[in-house]
Write a protein that binds this ligand. Structure first.
Ligand SMILES: Cc1cc2nc3c(=O)[nH]c(=O)nc-3n(C[C@H](O)[C@H](O)[C@H](O)COP(=O)(O)OP(=O)(O)OC[C@H]3O[C@@H](n4cnc5c(N)ncnc54)[C@H](O)[C@@H]3O)c2cc1C
Length: 636
C-alpha cells in the first residue's frame, strides 16, 4: 500500500493557504446534489455537519444518544487552546506549534500541527460568534489559564464546563441547519458497518437502538467523528458509550489504523476505590494551575495530610522539573505519580494516590477566587469522595483518558478508503505520542469547522452525483453480515455478562499495555487476549432480545470490537522498540527515567492494515522534521 499524506510543499506557514487555493471547489449549485453522512455529534461531528450544511451539502448525521448534546464532548472540563496571546506573555502560532510537536514527543506531522496552531485563533472567534460564554477578565477580554507543557497561558475556558459550552455552541449551529432542512438528524442509531462500492465509501448500515432494526443509508462521502476508544481499558474517564466500533468496522473494510497503542493516561483523576466501579472521574488539569502535587517524604506515612509538616512533604514535580513544576505534560506527571506510589509514598487506603493541595492557593488568593475558578470541580470531587477539597487535599491518580491513535488520515483528513474521512479523536491526527491538555477540543473544532469544509470538496469534485442506490449488493452483504453477527452474539447463551468480559479485557490492557509496557508483558497479553476472545464467543450471556432496546447487546457489539482492537494495540506497542510520550517501554529510558526515543529507527507513524486471513500488516509513514530540531524532551 502506498501511503500519501498529501502534505503541501512550500514553507510551513504557507502550506495551508497554498493548499486551500489548490483544492478543487464544488460549484454551489452542485453542492445541493451531494449527500454526506456524518457519524457523531460531539464537537468534531456537530461542527462538521453544521459547516457542510451551511455550504449547501445535504447532510445526514447520526449518534448513539437520544440527543446530540449528550456526546462525550459535553464532559470536557478545562479548556481549549489558542495562540491569541491575550495575556501578552510571549505566545505565538509558532510557539503553540512547537509546544504541541514537542509535547507529542516528535511523533506528529509538522504540517498538520502548524495548521492546527494557525486555525486555533479562528476557532475562538467563531465560538464567540456562536455565543459560547468563555470566561472574561474584568475589562472584557477573554480570560486565559495555563495547561501542561506550556509556559504561557493560552487556554480559553468556561469554568470547568468548557466542553459543554462549546458543544452547546456547535449544537446551536447544527440545530439551525436541521431547522432549515439541510441536515437530517438520526438519534439512537449506531453505525454497524461501512459500505464500500468500487473501493469508495458509499454508505453505512446502522442499528436503530430502539427498535433493533437495521437500516441502510447511502451518501457520496462518509465522515466519522466517533470519538476515542479509551474504554478498551474498561475503566476510563470516557463516557460509557465511547467505543471503537465505527473505526474498527472501517478498519476491517480497508481503512488503516495508526499508532493504536498511543493512549493518554491523565494524571489527575479520582483514584479507583472499589472493584464494582465502572467509570473514573477526571479532575481537570486546570487544577494544576493552583494545586500543588505532593506525597509524604517517608514511605508508608499514614498521618493525615494536615499533620505532615512542610519539611516532610515532597513536592516531587516542583523539585524535579523546576521550569514547568506542576504543569509538566500529562505523560510526565502520570509516570512520576506512579513512581512515587511504587516507591511506597502513595497516600490513601490503597497507596495508589498522591495529593493535589490547594492550601497555599487559598491562603494566597482567598477561597472565593478559587471557588470562582474551580467551584464545580470541587463540588464534583466532594460529591464523589465525601471530602471537602477546600479543607483537605484532593487525592488523585492517573487514569486512561484519551487515545492519540485512530484511523490514519492524510492532510485532507481522508482515510485510506477514498470518500471516508475521520475527524476529532477518531483520527490519529495531530498529537503525536502525547496530547497536551486543552488540545483535543481545539483539534475537533479545527477539523469540523475549518478543515473538512475545504477538503471534502476536493474529493467530491471528482465524483458523479446520482443518488446512491441502497439496494446495491454491497449494502445487502453488509446488512446480512451485521445481522449474522448480532444473531451469533444473542445465541451464545453462556454464563458471563458482557461487563465481566469487558473488565477482564481492561485488566489485561491496563496491566500489560498501560502506563508502562515491556516486551515480556506485551507477549503475555498477546497470548491472553485470544483466549479471552475465544471464551467471549463461547460463554457470553446476553439477556433480552435484539428486536428492541437492549443495552447489553449494544455493549457486547462494542466489546467484541474492543477485544480485536486490544490485540492490535499490543502488537503496536510491541513493535515500537522505543519510548515516546505516553508509550513508555521500560526497556528504553534515560538515566533519569524519562522516555528514550529512537529517532533513527522509529521516527514514523505506525500504520496498520487489516489482512483477511493473516496478521495485520505494518506500514510506516516517515515523519520529516524540517522546522524543529529533534531533541530529548526536557521540562526541567
Ligand atoms: C472527562 C474529560 C474531560 C476532558 N476535558 C478536555 C478539555 O478540557 N480540553 C480538551 O481539549 N479536551 C478534553 N477532553 C478530551 C475531549 O473531550 C475529547 O477528545 C473530544 O471531546 C472528542 O470529541 P469528538 O467530537 O471527537 O468525539 P465525541 O465527543 O466522543 O463524540 C463521539 C460521537 O460519536 C457518536 N458515535 C460513536 N460511535 C458511534 C457509532 N458506532 N454510531 C453512531 N454514532 C456513534 C457518539 O454518539 C457521539 O455523538 C476531555 C475528555 C474527558 C474524558
Amino acid at each position: 500500500m502506498e501511503l500519501n499524506a498529501h502534505i503541501p510543499s512550500g514553507p510551513l506557514s504557507e502550506k495551508w493557504d497554498k493548499h486551500r487555493f489548490e483544492l478543487k471547489l464544488v460549484n454551489p449549485a452542485n453542492k445541493r446534489k451531494f449527500e454526506i453522512i456524518v457519524i457523531g455529534t460531539g464537537l468534531a461531528g456537530s461542527s462538521a455537519a453544521a459547516s457542510l450544511a451551511e455550504l449547501g451539502y445535504h447532510v445526514k448525521i447520526f449518534c448513539i444518544q437520544d440527543s446530540p448534546r449528550r456526546a462525550h464532548s459535553i464532559a470536557a472540563q478545562g479548556g481549549i487552546n489558542a495562540a491569541k496571546n491575550y495575556p501578552n506573555d510571549g505566545d505565538s502560532i509558532q510557539r503553540l506549534f512547537y509546544d504541541t510537536i514537542k509535547g507529542g514527543d516528535f511523533r506528529a506531522r509538522e504540517a498538520n500541527v502548524y495548521r492546527l496552531a494557525q486555525i486555533s485563533n479562528h476557532i475562538i472567534d467563531h465560538c464567540v460568534a456562536l455565543g459560547v460564554p468563555f470566561a472574561r477578565e474584568y475589562g472584557g477580554l477573554l480570560a486565559n489559564r495555563s495547561f501542561g507543557g506550556a509556559q504561557v497561558s493560552r487556554t480559553f475556558y468556561a469554568r470547568g464546563q468548557t466542553g459543554q459550552q462549546l458543544l452547546l455552541g456547535s449544537y446551536s449551529a447544527l440545530s439551525r441547519q436541521i431547522a432549515l432542512g439541510n441536515v437530517e438528524m438520526f438519534t439512537r442509531r449506531e453505525m454497524m458497518d461501512l459500505v464500500v462500492i468500487n473501493d469508495h465509501a458509499k454508505g453505512i448500515i446502522v442499528r436503530n437502538l430502539v427498535t433493533g432494526k437495521l437500516e441502510r443509508f447511502g451518501a457520496h462521502a462518509v465522515v466519522l467523528a466517533t470519538g476515542g476508544y479509551g474504554n478498551v481499558f474498561f475503566l476510563s474517564t470516557n463516557a460509557m458509550n465511547s467505543n471503537v466500533s465505527a473505526s474498527w468496522r472501517s478498519y476491517l473494510k480497508g481503512a488503516c489504523f495508526a499508532n493504536p497503542s498511543f493512549t493518554q493516561i491523565h494524571p489527575t483523576c479520582i483514584p479507583v476505590h472499589g472493584s464494582f466501579q465502572s467509570k473514573l472521574t477526571l479532575m481537570s488539569e486546570s487544577l494544576r494551575n493552583d494545586g500543588r502535587v505532593w506525597v509524604p517524604k517517608e514511605s508508608k506515612d499514614k498521618r493525615l495530610p494536615k499533620d505532615i509538616p512542610e519539611s516532610e512533604r515532597l513536592y516531587y514535580l516542583e523539585k524535579k522539573y523546576p521550569s514547568f513544576g506542576n504543569l509538566v505534560p500529562r505523560d510526565v506527571a502520570s509516570r512520576n505519580a506512579k513512581e512515587q506510589c511504587d516507591a511506597g509514598r502513595g497516600v490513601g487506603e490503597t497507596g495508589y494516590a498522591v495529593y493535589l493541595d490547594f492550601r497555599d492557593a487559598i491562603a494566597r488568593d482567598g477561597k472565593s477566587t478559587i471557588e470562582k475558578k474551580y467551584g464545580n470541580l470541587f463540588q464534583m470531587y466532594e460529591r464523589i469522595t465525601g471530602e471537602n477539597p477546600y479543607d483537605v487535599p484532593m487525592k488523585i491518580y492517573p487514569a486512561v483518558h484519551y487515545t492519540m491513535g485512530g484511523l490514519w488520515v492524510d492532510y485532507n483528513l481522508m482515510t485510506t478508503i477514498p470518500g471516508l474521512f475521520a475527524l476529532g479523536e477518531a483520527n490519529f491526527s495531530d498529537h503525536g505520542a502525547n496530547r497536551l491538555g486543552a488540545s483535543a477540543l481545539m483539534q475537533g473544532l479545527a477539523d469540523g469547522f475549518f478543515v473538512i469544509p475545504y477538503t471534502i470538496g476536493n474529493y467530491l469534485n471528482g465524483q458523479s452525483q446520482p443518488n446512491i442506490d441502497t439496494s446495491h449488493e454491497a449494502f445487502k452483504e453488509a446488512e446480512v453480515a451485521t445481522n449474522e453477527r448480532i444473531y451469533r452474539l444473542m445465541s451464545i447463551d453462556g454464563k458471563r455478562t458482557v461487563d465481566d468480559f469487558h473488565k477482564s479485557l481492561g485488566h489485561i490492557m491496563w496491566e500489560y499495555c498501560g502506563m508502562a509496557r515491556n516486551e515480556s508483558g506485551l507477549e503475555q497479553a498477546l497470548s491472553k487476549l485470544p483466549e479471552l476472545r475465544e471464551e467471549f464467543w463461547e460463554n457470553l450471556k446476553l439477556p433480552g432480545s435484539s428486536e428492541n432496546f437492549n443495552q447489553s447487546l449494544e455493549r457486547a457489539i462494542r466489546v467484541a470490537d474492543f477485544m480485536e482492537l486490544g490485540e492490535l494495540m499490543v502488537l503496536d506497542a510491541l513493535e515500537r522498540e522505543e519510548s515516546c510520550g505516553c508509550h513508555f517501554r521500560q526497556e528504553y529510558q534515560t538515566d533519569e527515567n524519562e522516555a528514550l526515543r529512537n529517532d533513527d529507527e522509529f521516527c514514523y507513524v505506525s500504520v496498520w492494515e487489516h489482512q483477511e486471513d493473516d496478521e495485520p500488516q505494518l506500514h510506516t509513514e516517515s515523519l520529516n522534521f524540517e522546522n524543529v530540531q529533534l531533541s530529548q524532551r526536557s521540562y526541567k
